[in-house]
Ligand binder design. Structure first.
Ligand code: AMP
Length: 214
């Protein structure tokens, strides 16, 4: 089963993804995580993505689709994936539909996490991330313990692209480039609009109910 987790930056895709992927029995594939891993390891791919990511813009489509294709070709992705942060442009959406069709698959569902802009800004600028294990925190709603990750103990950081100046550009990019994914996919999949403010467990329950999971 192929499910897309969709929504603006800060809508909680990463927070919801792990439980959802486990319930679906498919791997969680987040393009942002893939790019960040390459950046951290200093690979050529990371260096190519760096400038786009730091400015809050998108990595070019051909390059991004290539990376997604190689991840989807791994054996654990054969029965489907939970995609998080992809597709992010109409061209990526068209590519994905074609790529899956060649393998007799489709986008089975899209979960759109709907959050007002002012909530997003509060969430992203307060977000702190663990550079070691990827756990996320919030300075007010889920603070790290003494600035350290409660899971692995590493010092948490604010992602460069979570800083005020970059967030505005990420939201603009979302409105301009990513919202146009919806009209491409609406005719070929089921879109579930999920109000994604409030308690994390409640949002998860809404997502699970929409997909018929328990
Ligand atoms: P995220 O963690 O999903 O917010 O992604 C962080 C950054 O990685 C984005 O701001 C983009 O620069 C880049 N990125 C992630 N996914 C994509 C994608 N599907 N297409 C283009 N760029 C992406």
């Amino acid at each position: 089963m192929n499910v897309l987790l969709f929504g603006p930056p800060g809508s909680g895709k990463g927070t919801q993804a792990k439980d959802l992927a486990a319930a679906l029995g498919v791997p969680h594939v987040a393009t942002g995580d893939i790019f960040r891993r390459h950046l951290k390891e200093g690979t050529e791919l990371g260096l190519r993505a760096k400038g786009y990511m730091q400015g809050g813009g998108l990595v070019p489509d051909d390059f991004t689709c290539e990376i997604v294709a190689s991840r989807l070709e791994e054996p654990d992705a054969g029965a489907g994936v939970l995609l998080d942060g992809f597709p992010r442009t109409a061209a990526q959406a068209e590519w994905l539909v074609r790529w899956l069709a060649k393998r007799g698959q489709r986008v089975d569902a899209l979960v759109n996490l709907v959050v007002p802009d002012e909530v997003i800004l509060e969430r992203i600028t307060g977000r702190r991330s663990c550079p070691s294990c990827g756990a996320t925190f919030h300075v007010v709603f889920a603070p790290p313990a003494d600035g350290r990750c409660t899971r692995c103990g590493a010092a948490v950081i604010q992602r460069d692209d979570d800083k005020d100046s970059v967030v505005a550009n990420r939201l603009l990019t979302y409105a301009r480039e990513t919202v146009p994914v919806l009209p491409v996919l609406r005719p070929v999949t089921t879109i579930h609009e999920i109000p994604a403010t409030g308690d994390v467990a409640e949002i998860r329950a809404r997502v699970f109910a929409a997909l018929g999971l328990s």
